[in-house]
Design a protein around this ligand. Structure first.
Ligand code: SF4
Length: 535
């Protein structure tokens, strides 16, 4: 990789004034020396300031450098990063700014982030994803990965940016928000709106305080919730029927808030015998937990550990530490659902990936099958737990080629058929044993219990794959090879210690960009070390 030449420096260059400001092998050093090679022009095509007309704009390379520097330590706010850029000499050197030059404002950085989230016109993929892929390719070219690479994937919680509230506050604060939007859109006072909608509690400092009840009294609590919910329904009805009165530019936001409020009511409440809206016994699975961050969800890291927000998924090499593929989903998304996408993207960048280690969340037989067929990558994970039925499908010896099954008594049947399984929602194989064979069997009582007739067993849709995973897992050498998967925690730690634990903006799009920016910075750190050693 060629390096920037000294002839490009000026007397106001931070490196000229403070020659030691950039430490070799760090991300600011790498960005200062190799910025133009790390950031290809085609990636930022369409950014403002390209044409001959209009105001001068900040170069995309400078803004991209600032965006990356933001995640080099433990993560900071957008505003914090612009303030740091004003005073930090190393950051200025990395951005290529002279000491007396101004720095981009927070608004410019926000607009540049929105630009990065857009799909590239020629490729159709978000620009930050393309940039991440570009950096991974650079790392591979420069020899960050060697032959001993071990690929593994995992996920970790990312707390959402918006406030997570209980149902009363979610609805009360939500209708307050709707009233404020409506007041702005129609130029009315909040007091008039509160009176027209019969929701006086929106004028108080807090919803719960304004309701003025004893919150230990369950009856009063139920009545208060009903009052709030009815107020929400009235407000939504009002806004929807009078939307023409609002300014054109405000209508979309108003209708979106109405939609979210109705979703909160339908997900969390039900009508009791007295006709009141009360908290439902079973709330909806995919319910909204924050109106400021409506895409955030309750998630579960383990049986006893809950979190609110998103999940950060990654796939990388545990030996070198490179993160080849990363994505963010809602907190309630199962790890197995995105595994295929992660592997496909990593395989596209590095064709030599043949085996990926994962935990039990990636143990589904269907996932193993789909990944192998589509990407030619094998998954190594602990198998799913066995069913507890002693004479169930796991006790059978099955010849998948000949389509025969042998039961515990040694009776082989070839009565095979394809049936619909409600449990798996797809077609699957089933075996039936001849009535006569079961009639005189010594194991009949244990095998069939009180049931009459012949034995009938329905298989798992990916039974052969499942058996293969279990057989593999029994081998001591496979278990030994799997032990290195624990090192994947280091990759997770790479993301979380640079700010991946907490989303810094609202919505899934922002979390996605943040996850990729941290992964890029983490990869740049590896690249910087390799290039510094070489120099
Ligand atoms: S009852 Fe039928 S299926 Fe069950 S063990 Fe005996 S022969 Fe096999």
């Amino acid at each position: 990789m060629p390096r920037r030449t000294l002839s490009q420096q000026s007397f106001f260059d931070p490196e000229y004034v403070m020659p030691d400001c950039l430490q070799e092998g760090t991300v600011p050093w790498l960005l200062a020396k190799y910025r133009s090679f790390l950031m290809p022009q085609w990636l930022f095509h369409g950014w403002r300031g390209e044409g001959p007309r209009g105001r001068k704009a900040w170069p995309a390379e400078v803004l991209m450098t600032l965006l990356l520097l933001r995640w080099t330590e433990d993560g900071m706010s957008r505003l914090g990063s612009t303030k740091r850029a004003l005073t930090d000499v190393a950051w200025r050197a990395a951005m290529g700014l002279c000491l007396r030059a101004s720095t981009p404002t927070e608004k410019t950085v926000r607009e540049f982030e929105a630009f990065l989230r857009e799909a590239h016109p020629e490729v159709g993929t978000a620009r930050y994803v393309l940039f991440h892929e570009h950096i991974v390719r650079q790392c591979i070219e420069e020899g960050v990965i060697d032959k001993t690479a071990v690929w593994a994937m995992d996920s970790t919680p990312m707390w959402c940016y918006g406030a997570v509230k209980d149902t009363v506050r979610l609805l009360g604060d939500g209708v307050g928000k709707l009233a404020r939007y409506w007041a702005k859109a129609t130029k009315q006072s909040l007091e008039d709106i509160a009176e027209a909608w019969s929701v006086p509690f929106i004028l108080g400092k807090s919803t719960k305080g304004a309701l003025g009840i004893d919150w230990r009294d369950s009856e009063a609590r139920a009545n208060a919730l009903d009052r709030v919910a009815q107020g929400v329904l009235r407000a939504v009805e009002w806004v929807r029927s009078s939307i023409q009165e609002a300014k054109n530019s405000k209508r979309k936001r108003l209708l979106r808030t109405c939609r979210h409020l109705l979703r909160v009511v339908s997900d969390n409440l039900e009508t009791d015998t007295a006709g009141r809206l009360v908290v439902a016994e079973r709330v909806a699975k995919d319910r909204i937990i924050s109106l400021t961050d409506p895409e955030a969800r309750h998630g579960r890291k383990s049986k006893n550990s809950l979190f609110n927000g998103y999940k950060l998924h990654l796939l990388g090499d545990v030996v070198s530490g490179i993160i080849a593929s990363v994505t963010v989903t809602r907190g309630n998304e199962h790890d197995g659902k995105v595994a295929h996408r992660l592997i496909r993207r990593a395989k596209k960048l590095h064709d030599e990936i043949e085996l990926v280690l994962g935990d039990t969340a990636y143990g589904a037989a269907e996932l193993h099958y789909v990944v192998r067929e589509e990407t030619r990558v094998s998954l190594l994970t602990p198998p799913p737990s066995r069913t507890s039925k002693p004479f169930g499908r796991e006790s059978l010896q099955i010849d998948f080629e000949a389509k025969t099954a042998t039961c515990s008594a040694g009776v082989t049947t070839d009565i095979h058929q394809r049936v619909w399984s409600k449990e798996y929602d797809c077609e699957t194989s089933a075996f039936r044993w001849p009535k006569d064979a079961c009639k005189g069997c010594r194991l009949r009582d244990s095998c069939l219990g009180s049931r009459q007739g012949a034995k009938y067993v329905r298989l798992h849709p990916f039974e052969s794959e499942l058996r293969q995973i279990r057989d593999e897992w029994e081998k001591p050498e496979v278990r030994e090879a799997y032990r290195i998967r624990i090192e994947c925690e280091r990759l997770v730690n790479q993301l979380t210690r640079h700010g991946g634990r907490q989303a810094r903006s609202q919505g899934l799009h922002g979390a996605h960009l943040q996850g990729h920016a941290i992964a890029i910075t983490s990869n740049l750190q590896l690249l910087a070390r390799v290039l510094a050693e070489r120099e």
